[in-house]
Design a binder for this molecule. Sequence first.
Ligand code: UDP
Length: 406
Amino acid sequence: MSILAQYTPIAGKDEIDQLYRLAEISKDKKVVMVNSTRDGGGVAEILNCLIPLLNELGIDCRWEVIEAEAPFFEITKSMHNAVQGKKINFSPEALDYYLEVNRKNAQNLDLDADVVIIHDPQPLALVSYAKTRGKWVWRCHIDSSKPELGLWKFFKGHLLNYDASIYSIAKFSRPLPHPQYLIPPSIDPLSDKNRDIGSSEVEEVLKKYGITADKPLIVQVSRFDKFKDPVGVIKAYRMVKKELDCRLVLAGGTASDDPEGAAVLQEVEKEAAGDPDIHVLCVEPGSNLEINALQRAADVIIQKSTKEGFGLVVTEAMYKGKPVVGGAVGGITIQIQNHHTGFLVYSPEGAAYRIRYLLNREKVRRRMGMAAREYVRSNFLITRHLRDYLALFCILDNIGESIIYV
Ligand code: UDP
């Protein structure tokens, strides 16, 4: 059976047939996706799934990863934070170094394709150094709605060389003289991260991490990153705990392009010290079944981000039929329909209030979880994502003025 056919029972036959028809238009087109890490974070997660499916549909899609040393990722992590609004000044030396790494990668990577899709700020400047015939598209996964303006001006110089750009939600786009498209991310319902697993597998993972299922479980799965607000999660948990005994799991790893993770983890461990009901778990990269099990073990999932690109962990949890309490930022706001597929919150106090509300109401948890699963099934599965990319490939041949949401 083809890989794609396996999605038919979940996405429906019409959806899969449509993918084959759309792919026919772009058959044998050469596409290259470029990002800065093969594991860790949502982008790598999506590319791992999307590329084999595009290949199966007859699109010649490859994945290139830029090569750089640790100082480059220190700079690009600060750039990531600055694009999301943090006031940071970049020295001319830092900007030159960033450009130099991009220039070298432009020479070393195979960027020969009809469509070159550059993910996020790290490889953004490749466009200015590469000599290729293709259409260049910048795929921005982060919240670029209120960037630090000095850095944005620097990036804009390079963005002018792109033919189009893509954002996860409309609010993230900025004035640019090329077409901008909306393509929300997606999850793979058949991956180890998301496929149905049995309760014995869930129990095994809980046992491995020494978590007893004797109290309601609140879970946040995230890189240890300030914008994911793990300390705010602990605050919310403490407020809940005053009235209702519960456990908190903060599970996360680090990404090879994120040098700040270790420091944030240390801060979280300090904050959690002395409370045996807070489990701070360092999960190895690729532990997809474990993440799956932890999300399924939860009574309530929290994702208390204060800035967020899309928040794939929210999608993953919703697809598992879990009620999610999420920070009202970025892509979380297009996933959680407040009071219906979850709760949007603005503070640790708000999070605590909603967690307590849910933990006290099993029926509401179940109803919300079912609505959440269906919402993800119809909007945020990999099959919809494939359709958007296939539509994009058609449009790029004939760039117009429109913004699409397929
Ligand atoms: N993830 C993981 N291990 C971890 C933490 C996160 O596999 O320790 C995965 C998570 O399940 C999700 C992705 O990494 O698929 C994170 O995507 P999201 O959009 O939530 O956040 P990002 O890290 O990209 O900011």
